[in-house]
Design a protein around this ligand. Structure first.
Ligand code: NDP
Length: 258
């Protein structure tokens, strides 16, 4: 922590999937803790609104709109970060989609490929370009936003999502070992149910929402800011000995049997 008392004072961070939900909350919290940010997603206007909000509050941010499954976008994101802010310390690869929610034999090859590209290939592409920039700093914190689904729990009709999210955890562990010796910490944040557009899409009736709340030991789902606070911990020097960890921030959904 710098003399300002802010956890990310002087740090430069990329946050993907920052146009809504958990990513947006992470960007706002990181900015309020002193990080300079490059925020990414496809919806440009929402990103520009976020940048304006951060700047109004006295922070520094810029936006790059594009698709995280596109390699040239992942590369451009890091290039823009270096040219605008001089380097990269933290990357939160958060962008993701639920993908096809249906019986597995009904999932088309195209839907499988698209979900794997958005959730898992994007994580690889993010790391591919973010790691060299962190190596240049001699230090870094790389974070993937995965899920409890595919790790501690499974649900029928979510095989594509589960496979993509479990894949991120394998990638995270491999990278933690590969780059630990050179100062880069690599971790995954595994949210439980969190109040976002994605959660609304998954539980679209009041009955389903009540069912989902009840799956959690805390009998509620999280606010996006509760996930952001966990991401802040992983990103900051407060987590200086934390690497290779799949960190559940799940309100007890993984252990609840009531
Ligand atoms: P939202 O739908 O609110 O946010 C998803 C974000 O990802 C948006 O900013 C979206 O922006 C971005 N995104 C999606 N596809 C792409 C793409 N191809 N290229 C660039 N950006 C993309 O969902 P959440 O905030 O809930 O989800 C954030 C992460 O948290 C996801 O990885 C999700 O799997 C994970 N998660 C969420 C849980 C929940 O209950 N909410 C539980 C466990 C994990 P845009 O559309 O503008 O491109």
């Amino acid at each position: 922590m710098g003399t300002s008392g802010m956890a990310l004072d002087g740090k430069v961070a990329i946050v993907t999937g920052a146009s809504s939900g958990i990513g947006r909350a992470i960007a706002l919290l990181f900015a309020s803790e002193g990080a300079r940010l490059v925020v990414a997603a496809r919806r440009r206007e929402l990103l520009e609104g976020l940048v304006a909000e951060i700047e109004t509050a006295g922070g520094a941010a810029c936006a790059l709109a594009g698709d995280v499954s596109d390699e040239s976008f992942s590369s451009a994101l890091v290039e823009q970060t270096k040219s605008r802010f001089g380097g990269l310390d933290i990357a939160v690869n958060n962008a993701g989609v639920l993908g096809p929610m249906m019986a597995t034999p009904d999932v088309t090859r195209d839907a499988w490929d698209e979900t794997m590209s958005t959730n898992l290939t994007s994580a690889f592409l993010g790391a591919k370009y973010q790691i060299p920039a962190m190596l240049a700093r001699g230090k870094g914190s790389l974070i993937f936003v995965s899920s409890f689904v595919g790790y501690t729990a499974a649900m029928p009709g979510a095989a594509t999502y589960a496979a993509s999210k479990a894949g991120q955890i394998g990638l995270m562990k491999a990278l933690a070992v590969e780059y630990g010796p050179r100062g880069i910490r690599v971790n995954a944040l595994l949210p439980g149910g969190t109040q976002t557009a994605a959660a609304d899409a998954m539980a679209d009736t009041e009955e389903m929402k009540a069912f989902v709340r009840n799956m959690h030991a805390l009998k509620r789902i999280a606010a996006p800011k509760e996930q952001a606070r966990a991401a802040l911990f992983l990103a900051s020097d407060a987590a200086s000995f934390l690497t290779g960890s799949a960190m559940l921030v799940d309100g007890g959904v993984s252990i609840n049997k009531t």
